[in-house]
Design a binder for this molecule. Structure first.
Ligand code: NAP
Length: 321
């Protein structure tokens, strides 16, 4: 493993270079996210993980405009990812959804655009202004799920946006092996560069990561979401094993969990709106976990505790394992 540092990037299968740590922004309240993004960029983050779903891209756009104007960073030094939502999967809606995200973020191009989930809901307007637009329901209360939007229909539009120079890198999120095989079977021109999936010490997702990275899929890199297991008392950052290791290295449990993820080759997007934590989470380049401690943390994966599963919220089964 070459020595990791705050500027480390991973070269993806499309030749783009993605910073290994990004700031997550899911559930970052619109009134807090602007400051969070500014603090992050001033602290050395060069990668921000966004999505239309998160309802805060306008405020993130204000932050990006400010730091670029102030000369803290140049646009080309930043890596901005966003994601297309489940209601926007039809070819007719893809470009409008993308343009809305681009204009909210006040950008001319995106570094990366992902298909957020391998499922489609009925179109309910480009603006995701309330929950009824995000998860539309039939009169019966059942989610208005569309059973068949071929992946190619969405992906083909993303490929055109890449050809036009409006997106540098495209990828998938929450795709299983079967979903990814189905996407490849549709004769796509550009292979996905990343699959953004849940991974942390309580749900290591090792097999899916390894399969994605194999030659079968032309080396799809993993971006690990919920790298802190969503934080709090029941998360890996409160686990006695992690706390003990943190004490040994004089680092915080969050720093240990982040370091573990980086040493196993993930790109990660820890979320925080708390300035001290934002700085803490990127201050992970002055120590290295030894093999024994890496293994002790990986062992916690036996718990197989997911933080995100649409079965609970939507009653829809997405995952294979
Ligand atoms: N593609 C997808 O479907 C998908 C799904 C889930 C997440 N994501 C992406 O992944 C990002 C990260 O996942 P996540 O936000 O669910 O969870 P996470 O990053 O694992 O954890 C975030 C939680 O941990 C707290 N926290 C942050 N740093 C901490 C520290 N140093 N010490 C103690 N607590 C700390 C945060 O609190 P404060 O903010 O209050 O500081 C927040 O409550 C998301 O924001 C989003 O960008 C993508």
């Amino acid at each position: 493993m070459s020595k990791l540092n705050i500027n480390s990037r991973i070269t993806l299968n499309d030749g783009t270079q993605m910073p290994i740590i990004g700031l997550g922004t899911w559930r970052s309240e619109p009134q807090k996210v602007k400051e969070a993004v500014i603090v992050a960029i001033e602290s050395g983050y060069r990668h921000i993980d966004c999505a239309a779903l998160y309802g805060n891209e306008k405020e993130i756009g204000e932050a990006l405009e400010e730091v670029i104007k102030r000369g803290v960073v140049k646009r080309e030094e930043l890596w901005i990812t966003s994601k297309i939502w489940n209601t926007h999967k039809r070819a007719a809606n893809v470009r409008a959804a993308f343009e809305k995200t681009l204009s909210d973020l006040k950008l001319e191009y995106l570094d990366q655009y992902l298909i957020h989930w391998p499922i489609a809901f009925e179109f309910a307007g480009i603006e995701l202004k309330d929950y009824a637009c995000i998860v539309p329901r039939e009169e019966s209360g059942k989610i208005a799920k569309v059973d068949f939007v071929p992946f190619k229909e969405t992906w083909g539009e993303l490929e055109k946006l890449v050809e036009e120079g409006k997106i540098k890198s495209i990828g998938i999120s929450n795709f299983s092996v079967t979903d990814t095989c189905n996407l490849y079977a549709e004769n796509i021109k550009i292979k996905p560069a990343v699959n953004q999936i849940e991974a942390h010490p309580y749900f290591t997702n090792t097999r899916l990561m390894q399969t994605m990275k194999s030659s079968q899929f032309k080396e799809i890199n993993t971006v690990a979401y919920c790298p802190l297991g969503r934080g709090g008392e029941n998360a890996p950052i409160s686990d006695p094993v992690v706390i003990e290791i943190a004490q040994k290295y004089s680092k915080s449990p969050a720093q240990v969990v982040i370091r573990w993820a980086l040493q196993r080759g993930s790109i990660i997007v820890p979320k925080s709106v708390t300035p001290e934590r934002i700085k803490e989470n990127i201050n992970v380049f002055d120590f290295e976990l030894n093999e024994e401690d890496m293994n002790k943390i990986s062992e916690l994966g036996k718990k197989r505790k997911r933080a995100v599963d649409p079965i609970g919220s939507w009653g829809i089964s997405v995952f294979e394992d």
